[in-house]
Design a binder for this molecule. Structure first.
Ligand code: SAM
Length: 248
């Protein structure tokens, strides 16, 4: 892929780098996996707070630059490759952090929350951050919100303006913190629930009745109190309840 397509916007503002590193490692950590280290600005700060850092960079030119900049730093492992193709579990339990390439923020978020890290801190497009923390009934609440909430609790940390990057992106950014869900969901089959919610959100503007009747039959769906609602109004726990009803 051409380099300009790899979401390469490098953070140059020290205070932002420091805040991301501090949010990822409020206390000293054994291991941090960094996604998209670029030229190593965040990597350097993470190394001050963690015993080891594994940094995954897809661009061979940048990976080569990192190998040279960090030569003689045995605590840093540079993995040259696509994070979406990398088995992150093999590094062991780790905090995950990164100023993400925005074009693949959603699949990276999905991969990360499924792994269940003790904490993850990402800089993402502000619009994506708002979707992660949205509440039912809010404009930004959608499939990305519930898919994430199934595995993790998301918190908005702070906003970052385009001027903090070189080159500046066209959009505002925000840092988010993801932590494992505290309360267990009432459904164990998370993959089944995820597929079910995918069907509920298939056409966001349509009611549950119109999205589900073609699949589960109108009679069944009409008997549900949620039939006339839209998925964007329904909290995760209620989706779990609907899924249990369907399975039971
Ligand atoms: N961490 C650096 C910083 O803050 O200055 C760079 C962040 S930049 C927004 C995103 C980085 O992710 C780039 O270095 C880019 O090459 C890298 N990247 C893009 N796609 C990737 C992928 N699929 N796997 C791993 N890294 C990727």
């Amino acid at each position: 892929m051409a380099r300009q397509k790899l979401g390469q916007h490098f953070l140059i503002k020290g205070s932002v780098l420091e805040r991301i590193a501090a949010a990822a490692c409020p206390e000293r950590r054994d291991l941090v996996i960094e996604i998209g280290p670029g030229r190593g600005a965040l990597t350097r700060r993470l190394l001050e707070r963690a015993a080891r850092v594994v940094a995954i960079e897809v661009d061979p030119v940048l990976a080569d630059g990192l190998r040279r900049s960090f030569a003689g730093e045995p605590r840093l492992e540079i993995v040259e490759g696509d994070v979406l193709e990398t088995d992150l579990a093999r590094f062991g339990r780790a905090v995950i952090a990164g100023n993400l390439p925005y074009y693949i923020a959603s699949p990276i978020l999905e991969k990360t929350v499924r792994l269940g890290p003790p904490r993850a801190v990402f800089l993402v497009q502000k619009e994506v951050a708002l979707r992660l923390v949205a509440r039912p009934g809010e404009r930004d609440y959608g499939f990305l919100t519930v898919r994430t909430a199934l595995f993790a609790t998301a918190r908005l940390l702070f906003d970052v303006k385009p001027g903090a990057f070189r080159p500046p992106p066209k959009v505002d950014s925000a840092a988010v913190l993801l932590e494992p869900r505290e309360r267990a969901l009432s459904v164990e089959d998370r993959e089944g629930l995820l597929r079910f919610m995918g069907r509920c959100f298939r056409q966001k503007r349509k009611t549950i009745r119109n999205n589900l009747a073609p699949i589960h039959g109108r009679d069944l769906v009409d008997s549900w109190p949620e039939a006339g609602l839209r998925a964007e109004q329904i909290p995760l726990e209620q989706f779990a309840e609907m899924y249990r009803r369907l399975a039971g």
